[in-house]
Ligand binder design. Structure first.
Ligand code: NAD
Length: 477
């Protein structure tokens, strides 16, 4: 495992240095990964350029699409193996890991089918001219991914770029990169030309920084924290290349007094505990109209207190969080809120029998969180839900828009006019009405505003991000 995948094969890193990889469920080391540096990144970028100028670049859009679709089908043959690999690497419950592999396959199906449907257009111009607008690949695109959904992020970030004909270099997260390597290997097996997909393991400030500042990279796709996103954007500015930034969130669930409580309560709970709260679009704030606050939040608390965290094999509501640092961070939010006297309305359980060294945190619901508190403003990235109350529609919108983030929101009301008014005024890249979809929906454009980043992934719109638009003006002879 302590190797990179460059030019269609596993290769040793330039330094031989490795990083310990611990299983979040036990806290024990189970493998070591290569610690890539600038020289490894350079080798991967060179391999990608050779593929772009060679076998990969020569394929037609239909041929590229067929390969991507084939990889999606191949995933079905290795479904359980990939799900187990993902669960061991991240600690997530098996049901979540299986859902993730299923979603990963959907990315291959969607973008495999889309590859030959990126049509240009013709513009009427002066007499004696023909003007066509075509979409071309950037060349070699760089991708830096987080640890929360490693396989899905591979599907989301890389597949749209490959569909457009780019060759790719990926730096997955040092905390979870097993499925990225396995997927790259399977891509080779289904016939992707050498160098079309390259994966370099390593630390962010070494391999990651080398990737986004490499002069051979024409576009960067970054998914991760706002802090690192800023550094990536600075590096891109230095050599004037575009980037997409998919960053964090503090997504609100806005519940009005006429909402269908039976429908809303389980979804409000799921939206925060899915993937143990380690989801950029987790519904981490629930905003409830004052007149129904006690009733609604009481029903959420009842469900919340039944939640349990356990090992992937126990397959409960939550797993452990990714590492000791993340557990300490989540716990510090909980401890500080308790010290401030913010009421704990419900606490889930850590299941009996989990290994002592695992990184478990009990799901926690805080009520009547004061406005401006850390729990309102900062992404916890753990199973912590914060409840707030609002007076009326105007106040609900003010509260929803009170953070610097703007990723996803939900509006729960039966009033059709209010559904439209609120969803248009809430600052978010995606708004759900009477539902919530953290993570899913490959067909749906996704991305943020403000501190949640910029650019869009998923859907057809992602193909445009990974393309350069060229206008060809032809004066007839
Ligand atoms: P992170 O920003 O710490 O790391 C993300 C990646 O960046 C890792 O691969 C890391 O090695 C790399 N990196 C670190 N320093 C770097 C540097 N100086 N230069 C280049 N690369 C560097 O984020 P994380 O802790 O892995 O993931 C959690 C964050 O990701 C949360 O904020 C979460 O909301 C966000 N996220 C966003 C989305 C989205 O679609 N909006 C999806 C998943 C996760």
């Amino acid at each position: 495992m302590n190797q990179h995948f460059i030019n269609g094969r596993y290769v040793a890193g330039q330094t031989g240095e490795t990083i310990a990889k611990l299983a979040p469920a036990t806290g024990e080391e189970f493998t070591r990964i290569a610690c890539g540096n600038a020289a490894d990144i350079d080798a991967a970028v060179k391999a990608a350029h050779a593929a772009f100028d060679g076998a990969w670049g020569k394929l037609t859009a239909a041929e590229r699409g067929r390969l991507i679709s084939k990889l999606g089908l191949k995933l079905q043959d290795y479904f359980e193996e990939l799900a187990k690999l993902e669960a061991r690497d991240t600690g997530k419950p098996m049901a979540q890991a299986r859902a993730d592999i299923d979603a990963t396959a959907r990315y291959f199906e969607f973008y495999g089918g889309a590859a030959d449907k990126v049509h240009g257009h013709v513009i009427p111009f002066l007499n004696g001219y023909s003007v066509s607008v075509v979409h071309e690949p950037h060349g070699v695109t760089g991708h830096i991914l987080p640890w929360n959904y490693p396989a899905q992020m591979f599907g989301r970030s890389l597949t749209a770029s490959l569909a457009m004909g780019n060759a790719v270099v990926l730096k997955p997260a040092e905390d979870a990169c097993a499925t990225a390597f396995r997927l790259a290997e399977l891509a080779s097996e289904v016939g992707f030309p050498d160098g079309a997909i390259n994966v370099v393991a390593g630390r962010g400030h070494e391999a990651g920084a080398a990737l986004c500042s490499h002069p051979g990279i024409a576009f960067m796709s970054f998914t991760g924290s706002p802090e690192v996103g800023k550094m990536v954007q600075h590096a891109c500015a230095d050599h004037l290349i575009p980037c997409t930034l998919e960053l964090g969130g503090k997504s609100p669930q806005i519940v009005f007094d006429d909402a269908d409580f039976d429908a809303a309560v389980p979804i409000v709970c799921k939206a925060i505990v899915q993937n143990t709260g380690q989801t950029c679009s987790a519904g981490s704030r629930v905003l409830v109209q004052k007149s129904v606050y006690d009733e609604f939040v009481g029903a959420v608390a009842k469900q919340f207190s039944k939640l349990r965290a356990g090992t992937p094999e126990m397959d409960l509501d939550c797993g452990p969080v990714i590492n000791a640092k993340q557990r300490g961070r989540v716990q510090s939010f909980i401890d500080q809120a308790r010290e401030q006297g913010i009421p704990v309305l419900a606490e889930g359980q850590i299941a009996q029998g989990v290994p002592n060294g695992g990184f478990y945190v009990a799901p926690t619901l805080f009520g009547q969180v004061p406005r401006g508190n850390r729990l309102e403003q900062e992404e916890v990235f753990g199973p912590v839900l914060s409840a707030f109350s609002f007076e009326d529609e105007e106040d609900a919108i003010k509260l929803a828009n009170s953070t610097d983030y703007g990723l996803v929101a939900a509006v729960w009301t039966r009033d059709g006019g209010r559904q439209q008014r609120v969803s248009r005024r809430v600052r978010a890249g995606q708004v759900f009405i009477n539902g919530y979809g953290a993570g899913g929906g490959i067909e749906l454009p996704f991305g943020g505003t403000g501190k949640s980043g910029h650019g869009r992934e998923k859907g057809f719109i992602a193909l445009e991000e990974f393309a350069v638009t060229k206008t060809i003006v032809h004066k007839h002879g």
